[in-house]
Design a protein around this ligand. Structure first.
Ligand code: DX5
Ligand code: ZN
Length: 217
């Protein structure tokens, strides 16, 4: 099953709960919440209060993508705020701290996930294969919505799909960055099953039709 996780970075921040509830109704499976600290990426976005508010005001699965340094410091607070899936970057801390953060996320009953930036090789996920429920492959440099899809990430996506099939078949494989109806097809062909889309989803004239089309196998 292909899932859609629209990135709320492209939603209307003055009406966030409204937009997220509408997204759920339109067929989105998850709401992708991009958290940025101005250090790991050169931008800032939102944090615990937004996750908590969406947890209270919506029913959708909150797919929280932490683009922050040393996430171990904050993962439990994001779980308590209401994250359902919590993603940390492998580049954001040491292997030991990353493993500890993933264990703490799972201990909270939340799905644990890791992400790799474009320059990080596929092998970087290997130490974490039995600690994750989802792997997120970035198809743009993290930090901003509206960038162009990096098709040269597809060999890496295929390699990680092979690791998942061999070592942790129930793990989901998500792509994030520049995903639209056209690039989504390429991602699906290369093994992704969860598609993040920010500008393409919120820019679609008919969001329900967009969701149906992107989720078609
Ligand atoms: C980028 C974020 C993405 C972004 C995607 O750092 O992680 O989730 O919002 O936006 P689009 O789909 O517009 O590339
Ligand atoms: Zn993201």
């Amino acid at each position: 099953m292909i899932k859609l996780s629209p990135s709320i970075l492209s939603a209307d921040f003055g009406n966030m709960a409204r937009d997220v509830n509408a997204m759920h109704k339109a067929g989105a499976d998850y709401a992708h919440v991009d958290v940025m600290d101005g250090v790991f990426v050169p931008n800032m976005s939102m944090g615990f209060p937004m996750v908590k508010a969406l947890d209270q005001e919506t029913e959708i699965v909150l797919d929280v993508h932490l683009m922050i340094t040393e996430p171990l410091r904050y993962v439990e607070r994001f779980c308590d705020a209401g994250a359902d899936i919590l993603t940390i970057h492998v580049e954001a801390d040491t292997e030991e701290h990353t493993k500890e953060a993933l264990r703490r996320i799972r201990a909270k009953g939340v799905k644990a996930a890791i992400s790799v930036k474009p320059k990080t090789p596929a092998e970087a996920v290997l130490p974490y294969m039995d600690l994750v429920d989802l792997i997120l492959v970035m198809t743009v440099e993290p930090g901003f919505g509206g960038q162009s899809f990096m098709e040269d990430m597809m060999p890496k996506l295929r390699q990680i799909r092979a690791y998942i099939d061999e070592m942790n078949p129930s793990c989901e494989l998500e792509v994030d960055g520049g995903v639209n109806l056209k690039t989504a097809e390429i991602c699906k062909q290369n093994g992704a099953n969860v598609l993040v889309a920010g500008s393409a989803y919120f820019g679609a004239a008919d969001r329900e039709a967009f969701a149906a089309s992107i989720k078609a196998e």
